[in-house]
Ligand binder design. Structure first.
Ligand SMILES: [Zn+2]
Ligand SMILES: [Zn+2]
Ligand SMILES: [Zn+2]
Length: 310
């Protein structure tokens, strides 16, 4: 574990932006110079996917009819070509659809052990009897995921294919050449939930799923910076058609509150790309409907295949 002060030292000084500037340029995004980071959102749904397996709700029917961005698989993202965020049961589908190169992907950060984010049964495919070639993955997971994955390492030579590190909220570490900060999530504690701040070469992103409004400890750990270039907020219950969700997951309003709080703390500014992500069909809106509504807030609605470089 490395203290937050070290995360700040690694990632540079706090950059403060005046409130006035923020209001002037609210909702705009701008590229900054220097080396860039790329994130590709491979899957953008909650547990059930959209449309869900066994569902004839209006949202599922409309999403299926509209197709394209309205069809969502379970949550996963790829940073550059080598850092994977979560390992859901749709990992094989993402490999086919987006041509993931597993000779480059060496590191995987697991947010928590719910099955839509972590499906260790497929990690067993690294066993040489199923896998021919030179593959190695280092997984980082909270206690529950760590325990589940350990049970899978029961084949000869597992240590040559898989490394495993346990993380706790507040831990800062280097993984695959990235500076990573694990933050305690407001989510089912049985799943040992964390969400991640990731930085390299002065660029930083915050991948905040699955979590409700951030616990006080997150604000204490993040302090007044450094600033993030991209933030992806949990928005499982979408526009809040059935009421606002603040615990465990979020709707758009608490996500916007988190964005505003980050701006006031110097953790985000008008150049920070704000994304909402992780949608359930139960939110009652298709992607097209979410995108239309989100436009006025200056946030981007993620979809499977959405890529941002910053
Ligand atoms: Zn989830
Ligand atoms: Zn449905
Ligand atoms: Zn979850």
């Amino acid at each position: 574990m490395i203290a937050r002060a070290v995360w700040q030292k690694i990632n540079g000084p706090v950059e403060r932006v005046s409130r006035r500037n923020l209001e002037k340029c609210a909702g705009q995004t701008a590229r900054r110079g220097g080396n860039s980071i790329k994130i590709r959102f491979l899957g953008t749904a909650a547990y059930e996917g959209v449309p869900a397996l066994f569902c004839e709700c209006d949202t599922c029917k409309k999403s299926l009819a509209a197709g394209g961005r309205n069809l969502r698989s379970r949550l996963q993202a790829l940073v550059n070509d080598d850092l994977l965020l979560d390992f859901p049961p749709d990992t094989l589908w993402h490999t086919r659809r987006f041509g993931l190169d597993w000779t480059k992907i060496k590191t995987c950060l697991i947010t928590h052990s719910h099955s839509d984010h972590f499906y260790p049964e497929d990690i067993q495919q690294l066993e040489p009897v199923y896998s021919h070639g030179d593959f190695f993955l280092h997984f980082y997971a909270g206690e529950s995921g760590y325990r589940k994955l350990r049970e899978m390492l029961n084949f000869a030579g597992a240590e040559k294919r898989i490394a495993l590190s346990e993380v706790r909220g507040g831990d800062a570490f280097t993984a695959g050449g990235y500076d990573v900060l694990a933050l305690p999530a407001n989510h089912d504690p049985r799943s040992s939930p964390v969400f991640y701040a990731i930085g390299r070469d002065g660029k930083r992103l915050l991948y905040a799923h699955d979590t409700g409004v951030f616990p006080d400890s997150v604000w204490e750990i993040l302090g007044g910076g450094p600033r993030f270039d991209l933030v992806s907020f949990d928005c499982t219950a979408g526009l809040g058609k059935w009421g606002d969700w603040r615990e465990g997951h979020m709707t758009i309003r608490p996500a916007l509150e988190m964005l505003q709080k980050m701006r006031e703390a110097g953790l985000a500014d008008c150049a920070t790309v704000a994304v909402i992500n992780h949608f359930s069909h139960n939110c009652g809106s298709t992607h097209d409907e979410l995108a239309e509504a989100a436009r006025e807030y200056g946030v981007t609605v993620a979809y499977d295949g959405f890529e941002v470089e910053f």
